[in-house]
Each structure stands twice: as C-alpha cells, then as structure tokens.
Design a protein around this ligand. Structure first.
Ligand SMILES: [Zn+2]
Length: 215
C-alpha cells in the first residue's frame, strides 16, 4: 500500500502515518524526520538544510526529492510506504516518480489545527508526538517510551503557526489538485480522535490492486 497524506499542519499526518505504517507493515516516510535525522548526524545535507532553515528558507526540491527517493528504494519500502509531508509543493509532486495507490487530504479547520499545534510536544529521541490535552504523556514533559524530556518543534512555535497555515493553503493545496487530476484525492474529516480518523481512512482505501496507478 502506497499512500500520500496531505493536509494542514496539525491535521494528524504524522499520527495517521505511524498508525497506517504499522498496520500495513510499511515504513512511515516523513520528510521532517529525514531532515531532523540529517541535522542531528551533521551530514552535508543536514548542515545545508539547517542553514537554509536559519535563513527562513526550506530544503530545495532537488534535495528533498533525492532523499525521499533514496529512502523509498530501501528494501523495507518494497511493499509500500506512507508518505507524510511529501510532496509538499507542486514542483516536488511533479518531479516525484514513485507509485501512489491512494492520496488523502486530512481536512481540519484552522482553529482546530492551531489548538492541536499549540498543545503538541514531541520526543526528540523516538519522535512520538504528545498533546497536553488529547494525548498527554504519563509523566508531564517526559516521553512514555524512553523518559526523554519532550520538546516543542521550532516550527510549532506560535509565531510560526500562522505562517505555516498560510503556506499550506498556498503551496500544499496545488499538490492536492495535482493528485485529484491524476488519480483521485479523498477528503478525510480529521476532527476527533486518532482512531476515528484512521477508521475513516480505512473505509476509503482502494481495493488492491485494482486502483494501483503508476505515474
Ligand atoms: Zn521517546
């Protein structure tokens, strides 16, 4: 199963990506994780993207496409993958040569997205995402799995939130339209708890392998 998850920040792409990946036994490929991994390992790409972020820019499409393609060519991705945060812009979608079975847009009103992002904390060690209200860790400020101190992602800071929501509207929506024209795009109501959203996605999954498309 090869799935692309699109939608505004806070819509639950990461949470659903992890759940679906486990369910189908395929990797959850999140560009955010790839980038954070490179930055923490101080690779050439990591240093380059860190400098770009500090200057208010993003990683280049060329770099992102290269690293995502490389990740998808690994043996564990042979039977599928869940793409989260990629393609983020139309040029990435147009350049992407991978196979996609289903594309979902996790739809969430902006106020709900802001509430989710504001309460979100992540574990820098295992990437588990928590929410102060909806999914609190057992010990405040500490990861349930490895007791690492939870942190806020820099992009979840209040002043970044509006920018990201606006950016999403202008950049990610064209990606959705691209897939709607090529194959199909399924809108998923992303309000409510994670299990309910997963159920909605599972109901909309195409019967395999009939809906399999290569482009
Ligand atoms: Zn952890």
């Amino acid at each position: 199963m090869r799935i692309v998850l699109l939608g505004p920040p806070g819509a639950g792409k990461g949470t659903q990506g992890k759940i679906l990946a486990e369910m189908f036994g395929v990797p959850h490929v999140a560009t955010g994780d790839i980038i954070r991994d490179h930055i923490s390992k101080r690779t050439d790409f990591g240093c380059k993207v860190e400098a770009a972020i500090a200057a208010g820019n993003f990683a280049t499409d060329e770099d992102i496409n290269y690293w995502v393609s490389r990740r998808l060519s690994e043996p564990d991705a042979r039977s599928g993958y869940i793409l989260d945060g990629f393609p983020r812009v139309l040029t990435q979608a147009q350049a992407f040569r991978g196979t996609v079975d289903a594309v979902f847009w996790l739809d969430l009103p902006e106020l709900s997205a802001m509430e989710r992002i504001a309460g979100r904390w992540v574990c820098p060690c295992c990437s588990t995402v928590y929410h102060l209200v909806h999914c609190a860790p057992r010990v405040l400020g500490q990861c349930d799995h490895d007791a690492t101190a939870l942190v806020k992602r820099p992009e979840d800071a209040l002043d970044m939130m509006r920018f990201r929501l606006e950016y999403n509207r202008s950049q990610m929506w064209p990606v959705a339209e691209h897939y709607a024209a090529l194959t199909s795009l399924v809108m998923i109501d992303a309000e409510g708890d994670a299990e309910a959203v997963t159920e909605r996605i599972l109901c909309e999954l195409p019967p395999m392998p009939l809906a399999k498309l290569d482009f």
